[in-house]
Design a protein around this ligand. Structure first.
Ligand code: ASP
Length: 430
């Protein structure tokens, strides 16, 4: 028991030490000719790789064994409808919160002209060189990626939607196979799933070290100074994210899901710190699945669908950020946006967030799309590129928490009484 409670403090300490160390030591410092930055970069990358390594086998085996177990029961249409209602509902609430605060605080009104340094210009150039897709291309791209032409290529590239689609159909197909062969397949995928969960637990033992290296690295490059210079913008984003995560979502959990929000925060703690330090909801996916299923007690049937799909298409924190960023640029350039244009910003933030990948800084491309549709200057993105990585840590945490809340709400609406029935996670973990 006592051992369990030590872990959160270890991770908290790692984050605080990393912020202090990263901010004060800087990128150039080192020992015996070896820079701290390069050491943190190597260790952080190894930790990230280890997490990403688990994603494909864990997600596919989780879905296949979940569907194969209950394939004949039906009810997927109902589950799908609930899932999408919660995804869209939570993202819309997030965007509206962002819109409210960006109008109230008006972070761009006090800023007159864009200030871009050489690094920002180079980063913007790199983004533009990749070619900004249109909003149509983004949606069509998402649709096409649902059905991959080659499953091995989808697996090797970690294309989540293709992987989910294949696993769903494959799991269903197992239920149509004669019973002996079906039994072997079910046992095989169930075994892989359980082994991958244990694999995740092993990686999580290194969480404080991985977190320290990843967070210190970010603060060595970005530092606290960049946060101060963009104080009002940063404040608007952080207040919006905090209101969504600590007020809106807990209210949904309490009154719609009828569970205690605090228990859910406790259950999700490892996933939230992983999301914060990696800035990648895809890399966090194994930990999110583990927390939602083993700690919050959501069934495999619901967790295996709602969480991986949510990681791909439900990006509430990113949607809020996109909306605030677009409005901020309009304010800085002195362009007043009418009610109907603000409505378009909301709609675009909702649509583009669906196509945002669960990787660091993926929202920047979505923001470029919105700027083009609204007719705002693309170089406006250079205004806040310096703080993007730091804010990315926070919005990724919100993305992951929002996905987990959708899983809880769907599970509760399906009558799952065991969800968050206790906060003694030890008894729920195997
Ligand atoms: N980093 C975010 C995520 O992985 C995506 C983004 O907003 O850039 O969820």
């Amino acid at each position: 028991m006592r051992k369990k409670h030590k872990r959160p403090w270890g991770v908290f300490l790692a984050i605080i030490l990393a912020i202090l160390f990263g901010s004060f030591v800087g990128k150039e410092a080192g020992l015996f000719g070896v820079s701290f930055y390069s050491v943190f970069d190597i260790v952080g990358t190894i930790f990230l790789n280890a997490l990403t390594l688990v994603v494909v086998p864990l997600v596919s085996s989780s879905i296949i064994s979940g569907i194969a177990k209950i394939g004949g029961e039906g009810g997927f249409g109902r589950l799908g409808a609930k899932m999408f209602t919660f995804y869209i509902g939570t993202s819309l609430i997030a965007i509206l919160i962002g819109l409210l605060f960006v109008n109230l605080i008006g972070p761009g009104h006090s800023q007159i002209a864009p200030v871009m340094n050489a690094t920002d210009t180079a980063q913007l150039g790199q983004l533009q060189a990749k070619g900004v897709p249109t909003e149509g291309q983004t949606l069509i791209g998402v649709l096409i990626s649902i059905v991959p032409s080659n499953i091995l290529s989808a697996f090797t590239k970690g294309e989540m939607l293709g992987l989910i689609f294949f696993s769903l159909i494959f799991g269903y197909a197992i239920t149509k196979v004669e019973s002996h062969a079906a039994g072997i397949l079910k046992g095989f995928f169930q075994g892989i799933f359980q082994a991958m969960i244990h694999f995740t637990h092993i990686i999580m033992k290194f969480l404080p070290y991985g977190v320290f290296c990843l967070v210190a690295k970010v603060f060595m490059v970005s530092g606290m100074g960049s946060l101060q210079s963009l104080g009002l913008f940063t404040l608007t984003v952080l207040v919006g994210l905090a209101v969504f995560m600590f007020i809106a979502l807990p209210l949904l959990l309490k009154y719609v899901g009828k569970v205690q929000p605090i228990r859910h925060f406790k259950a999700m703690f490892p996933a939230l710190v992983t999301a914060f330090s990696t800035s990648s909801s895809s890399a966090t996916l194994p930990v999110t699945i583990d927390c939602v299923e083993k700690r919050a007690g959501v069934s495999n049937r619901i967790c295996s669908l709602v969480v991986p799909l949510g990681t791909s298409i439900n990006m509430s924190g990113s949607a809020l950020y996109e909306c605030v960023a677009a409005m901020y640029i309009a304010q800085v350039y002195g362009i007043s946006l009418s009610f109907s244009t603000q409505f378009l910003v909301v709609l675009m933030a909702l649509i583009t967030s669906i196509g945002v990948a669960g990787i660091p800084s993926a929202s920047l491309v979505a923001i470029l799309i919105i700027l083009r549709v609204i007719g705002l200057p693309l170089e406006g993105i250079g205004l806040f590129i310096a703080v993007d990585r730091l804010l990315d840590m926070c919005r990724t945490t919100v993305n992951v928490f929002s996905d987990s809340c959708c899983a809880i709400l769907v599970a509760r609406s399906e009558g799952e009484e065991q969800v968050l029935a206790t906060d003694n996670f030890e008894s729920m973990e195997r």
